[in-house]
Design a protein around this ligand. Structure first.
Ligand SMILES: Cc1cc2nc3c(=O)[nH]c(=O)nc-3n(C[C@H](O)[C@H](O)[C@H](O)COP(=O)(O)O)c2cc1C
Length: 360
């Protein structure tokens, strides 16, 4: 066991059993936006990870832009999430919930009654959205949030984070990546505001930092993490001139707040834009708490190399965890990895979800 990947790791107050994080992955099995027994089994099967980050989970009815994603804003959801966290803790795992408000990535057919698509500005995202009722649909224009509403949206994250702790989660990861609500504030293409939350780099970063600070104050900074995707284009996020400046500023301010970790997305191997090493290095220089890197890690050697370089403190792995429930054991045994079936990534039911076998 000389591999750093498999040695215990410290994340704030938590001692993780290894340095491998299961990356957050939407799996669209949460019928009615409530976690269920299938999800309990799925996360229980994958608890050999040092830390699991759940699928994107909405802190608000307005953030449920996709069909069948879970929420964390009412008591029923808390009760059912508790079954998930208990099952993971029972086998020595740790689990954070990823709070994902989808913002303008939505279709009204996916939203519960009374909810609406909201965003920094009334700018529709390019691309289509799946709906169970009418299959693929254009994404409509969201309603721009008024300045005086922003504190309420921030408080939805806070309330949800507190419910997460009540549900037994070890902490909360704010989804600030992949083109969802928080990143929609960062990018000038989706943020055309002329109040204190739009315009300069600092003003565009303001909402993200206010949410991070408020959640950190509510549940503890060491239990608060954030996922960021500098240079990512997912969710119709075109590049803009101040990307590196934005993320260096965020890293510096997030360090001041003292949050437990920044989790950096690199979707190069999913066909997205690469994150230049200079971007990561600039963030690393400003942020001395835990830095998690993710994207394309599928060998122990690659995980070890990232950890030993001093850039990553933990490494997150996504797709291999879908098809290898006992991924950590398999990597330890140096066994070949099963390949995931993309056709079952987002469909309801056990097939392609809980029926991937463990190693023989
Ligand atoms: C099916 C699927 C669902 C995903 N859902 C989310 C999500 O809910 N939140 C998130 O931050 N990233 C999501 N991602 C991105 C992954 O967390 C990860 O960044 C990506 O798969 C690259 O890592 P990998 O090469 O190890 O798979 C998803 C990826 C996949 C394949």
């Amino acid at each position: 066991m000389s591999h750093l990947a498999f040695q215990p790791a410290q994340l704030g107050p938590l001692t993780l059993k290894n340095h491998i994080v299961m990356a957050p992955m939407t799996r669209s099995r949460a019928l009615g936006n409530v976690p269920n027994e299938l999800m309990v089994e799925y996360y229980h099967q994958r608890a050999s990870a040092g830390l699991i980050v759940t699928e994107g989970t909405s802190p608000s009815p307005n953030g449920l832009g996709y069909s069948r994603i879970p929420g964390l804003f009412d008591k029923e959801q808390v009760v059912h999430w508790r079954r998930v966290t208990d099952a993971v803790h029972a086998v020595g795992g740790h689990i954070f919930v990823q709070l994902m408000h989808a913002g303008r990535i939505f279709h009204p057919l996916n939203l519960p009654e009374g909810a609406e698509g909201v965003a920094p500005s009334a700018v529709a995202a390019a691309g289509k959205m799946w709906t169970d009722q009418e299959q693929l649909q254009e994404q409509p224009e969201p309603r721009a949030l008024r300045t005086e509403e922003l504190s309420r949206v921030r408080d939805e994250y806070v309330t949800s984070a507190k419910l997460g702790i009540e549900a037994g989660f070890d902490g909360v990861e704010l989804h600030g990546a992949n083109g969802y609500l928080l990143e929609q504030f960062l990018n000038p293409s989706s943020n055309r505001r002329d109040d204190e939350y739009g315009g300069s780099v600092k003003k565009r970063a303001r909402f993200v930092l206010e949410v991070a600070e408020a959640v950190a104050n509510a549940i503890g900074a060491e239990r608060t993490g954030i996922r960021l995707s500098p240079w990512g284009k997912a969710g119709d996020m075109p590049h803009y001139p101040e990307i590196d400046e934005t993320y260096a500023y965020l890293a510096e301010e997030l360090q001041k707040i003292g949050i437990g970790y920044i989790h950096v997305v690199n979707h190069e191997k999913l066909g997205g834009a690469a994150v230049p090493p200079e971007t990561i290095n600039a963030m690393r220089a400003k942020f001395t708490n835990t830095l998690i890197l993710s994207g394309g890690f599928d060998t122990v050697a690659a995980v070890d190399a990232a950890l030993k370089s001093g850039t990553a403190d933990l490494v997150a792995i996504g797709r291999p965890f879908i098809s290898n429930p006992d991924l950590v054991e398999r990597l330890k045994a140096d066994k070949p990895l099963a390949q995931p079936d993309q056709s079952t990534f987002y469909v309801p039911g056990a097939h392609g979800y809980t029926d991937y076998p463990v190693m023989a």
